[in-house]
Design a protein around this ligand. Sequence first.
Ligand SMILES: [Zn+2]
Length: 166
Amino acid sequence: MKASDLSCFHLTAATDRPLGNQSFLDNRLFQPLTMHEWALAEAVNSAAVEVGEKEGLKEITELNIRIGQLQQIDPETFKFALSSLRAPMLKNAKFNLKTVKAELKCRACEHKWDFSPEDLGKDASESIHFIPEVAHAYVKCPKCGSPDFEVTVGRGVWIESIKGVR
Ligand SMILES: [Zn+2]
Protein backbone atom coordinates (compact mmCIF):
# COMPACT_ATOMS: atom_id res chain seq x y z
CA MET A 1 0.00 0.00 0.00
CA LYS A 2 1.29 3.39 -0.93
CA ALA A 3 0.12 6.73 0.44
CA SER A 4 -0.74 9.24 -2.23
CA ASP A 5 -0.91 12.97 -2.02
CA LEU A 6 -2.77 14.64 -4.87
CA SER A 7 -3.08 18.35 -5.38
CA CYS A 8 -5.42 21.01 -6.59
CA PHE A 9 -8.90 20.24 -7.79
CA HIS A 10 -11.04 23.28 -8.29
CA LEU A 11 -14.79 23.25 -7.97
CA THR A 12 -17.34 25.87 -8.65
CA ALA A 13 -20.66 25.81 -6.92
CA ALA A 14 -23.61 25.13 -9.17
CA THR A 15 -25.67 27.40 -6.95
CA ASP A 16 -23.15 30.23 -6.84
CA ARG A 17 -25.18 32.79 -8.73
CA PRO A 18 -25.28 36.52 -8.11
CA LEU A 19 -28.03 37.52 -5.73
CA GLY A 20 -28.63 40.79 -7.59
CA ASN A 21 -30.80 43.39 -5.93
CA GLN A 22 -32.64 41.18 -3.46
CA SER A 23 -32.99 42.78 -0.09
CA PHE A 24 -31.68 41.40 3.17
CA LEU A 25 -35.21 41.02 4.47
CA ASP A 26 -36.27 38.80 1.62
CA ASN A 27 -36.80 35.34 3.11
CA ARG A 28 -36.16 33.68 -0.22
CA LEU A 29 -32.51 34.54 0.32
CA PHE A 30 -32.11 32.13 3.20
CA GLN A 31 -33.36 29.00 1.46
CA PRO A 32 -30.60 28.92 -1.20
CA LEU A 33 -28.00 29.61 1.51
CA THR A 34 -29.09 26.50 3.42
CA MET A 35 -29.15 24.35 0.30
CA HIS A 36 -25.83 25.75 -0.77
CA GLU A 37 -23.67 23.87 1.76
CA TRP A 38 -25.30 20.57 0.81
CA ALA A 39 -24.84 21.19 -2.92
CA LEU A 40 -21.19 22.07 -2.36
CA ALA A 41 -20.61 19.08 -0.07
CA GLU A 42 -22.06 16.81 -2.73
CA ALA A 43 -19.78 18.36 -5.36
CA VAL A 44 -16.74 17.88 -3.11
CA ASN A 45 -17.65 14.26 -2.37
CA SER A 46 -18.18 13.32 -6.00
CA ALA A 47 -15.04 15.15 -7.17
CA ALA A 48 -13.02 13.31 -4.51
CA VAL A 49 -14.46 9.94 -5.57
CA GLU A 50 -13.74 10.72 -9.21
CA VAL A 51 -10.11 11.52 -8.41
CA GLY A 52 -9.82 8.50 -6.13
CA GLU A 53 -11.11 6.18 -8.85
CA LYS A 54 -8.88 7.70 -11.49
CA GLU A 55 -5.84 7.33 -9.24
CA GLY A 56 -6.79 3.80 -8.21
CA LEU A 57 -7.16 4.63 -4.52
CA LYS A 58 -8.70 2.06 -2.19
CA GLU A 59 -9.54 4.69 0.31
CA ILE A 60 -9.34 8.44 0.74
CA THR A 61 -7.99 9.30 4.19
CA GLU A 62 -7.79 13.06 4.15
CA LEU A 63 -9.25 15.94 2.15
CA ASN A 64 -7.90 19.45 2.40
CA ILE A 65 -10.70 21.76 1.39
CA ARG A 66 -10.31 25.49 0.84
CA ILE A 67 -13.16 27.99 1.10
CA GLY A 68 -12.85 31.41 -0.48
CA GLN A 69 -13.47 34.06 2.13
CA LEU A 70 -16.22 35.67 0.07
CA GLN A 71 -18.03 32.40 -0.51
CA GLN A 72 -21.35 32.40 1.33
CA ILE A 73 -21.05 29.31 3.45
CA ASP A 74 -21.55 28.18 7.01
CA PRO A 75 -18.51 26.01 7.87
CA GLU A 76 -20.36 23.97 10.52
CA THR A 77 -23.25 23.13 8.18
CA PHE A 78 -20.79 22.41 5.41
CA LYS A 79 -18.76 20.04 7.58
CA PHE A 80 -21.92 18.29 8.73
CA ALA A 81 -23.07 17.95 5.11
CA LEU A 82 -19.68 16.57 4.05
CA SER A 83 -19.79 13.91 6.77
CA SER A 84 -23.41 13.00 6.11
CA LEU A 85 -22.92 12.59 2.36
CA ARG A 86 -19.63 10.71 2.46
CA ALA A 87 -19.24 8.05 -0.23
CA PRO A 88 -17.93 4.57 0.76
CA MET A 89 -14.43 5.53 -0.41
CA LEU A 90 -14.51 8.41 2.08
CA LYS A 91 -15.94 6.54 5.04
CA ASN A 92 -12.95 7.28 7.29
CA ALA A 93 -11.79 10.48 5.61
CA LYS A 94 -10.85 13.51 7.61
CA PHE A 95 -12.14 16.80 6.21
CA ASN A 96 -9.84 19.75 6.84
CA LEU A 97 -11.46 23.09 6.05
CA LYS A 98 -9.51 26.29 5.70
CA THR A 99 -10.65 29.73 4.64
CA VAL A 100 -8.52 31.48 2.03
CA LYS A 101 -8.19 35.26 2.04
CA ALA A 102 -9.72 37.08 -0.87
CA GLU A 103 -7.55 38.76 -3.44
CA LEU A 104 -8.93 41.69 -5.39
CA LYS A 105 -7.68 43.29 -8.57
CA CYS A 106 -8.40 46.87 -9.60
CA ARG A 107 -9.77 47.15 -13.15
CA ALA A 108 -8.56 50.75 -13.46
CA CYS A 109 -4.89 50.41 -12.45
CA GLU A 110 -4.48 46.61 -12.17
CA HIS A 111 -3.23 46.85 -8.59
CA LYS A 112 -3.82 43.61 -6.61
CA TRP A 113 -4.42 43.45 -2.89
CA ASP A 114 -5.41 41.03 -0.14
CA PHE A 115 -8.78 41.72 1.30
CA SER A 116 -10.42 40.72 4.53
CA PRO A 117 -14.05 41.79 5.13
CA GLU A 118 -13.23 41.98 8.85
CA ASP A 119 -11.01 45.01 8.18
CA LEU A 120 -14.14 47.02 7.38
CA GLY A 121 -16.05 46.63 10.62
CA LYS A 122 -18.92 44.39 11.59
CA ASP A 123 -21.81 45.70 9.46
CA ALA A 124 -19.88 45.89 6.22
CA SER A 125 -18.22 42.57 6.94
CA GLU A 126 -21.55 40.81 7.40
CA SER A 127 -23.09 42.41 4.32
CA ILE A 128 -20.15 41.32 2.21
CA HIS A 129 -20.19 37.83 3.60
CA PHE A 130 -23.82 37.28 2.62
CA ILE A 131 -23.82 39.25 -0.62
CA PRO A 132 -20.31 39.58 -2.03
CA GLU A 133 -21.69 41.86 -4.77
CA VAL A 134 -22.12 44.67 -2.22
CA ALA A 135 -18.36 44.75 -1.67
CA HIS A 136 -18.24 47.46 -4.33
CA ALA A 137 -20.15 49.78 -2.02
CA TYR A 138 -17.52 49.48 0.72
CA VAL A 139 -14.23 48.70 -0.97
CA LYS A 140 -12.02 50.99 -3.05
CA CYS A 141 -8.64 50.31 -4.64
CA PRO A 142 -6.00 51.31 -2.05
CA LYS A 143 -3.79 52.67 -4.82
CA CYS A 144 -6.06 54.72 -7.09
CA GLY A 145 -9.38 54.80 -5.19
CA SER A 146 -11.44 53.18 -7.95
CA PRO A 147 -14.42 51.06 -6.79
CA ASP A 148 -14.12 49.01 -10.01
CA PHE A 149 -12.39 45.75 -9.12
CA GLU A 150 -12.71 42.05 -9.66
CA VAL A 151 -12.36 39.20 -7.18
CA THR A 152 -9.46 37.06 -8.43
CA VAL A 153 -9.39 34.71 -5.40
CA GLY A 154 -12.04 34.34 -2.75
CA ARG A 155 -15.09 32.80 -4.38
CA GLY A 156 -15.89 29.15 -4.50
CA VAL A 157 -14.74 26.02 -2.75
CA TRP A 158 -11.95 23.77 -3.92
CA ILE A 159 -10.08 20.65 -2.91
CA GLU A 160 -6.46 21.61 -2.43
CA SER A 161 -5.18 18.10 -1.87
CA ILE A 162 -6.30 14.55 -1.29
CA LYS A 163 -4.51 11.87 0.68
CA GLY A 164 -5.34 8.25 0.14
CA VAL A 165 -4.17 4.68 0.08
CA ARG A 166 -3.59 2.68 -3.10
ZN1 LIG B 1 -6.58 51.00 -8.71
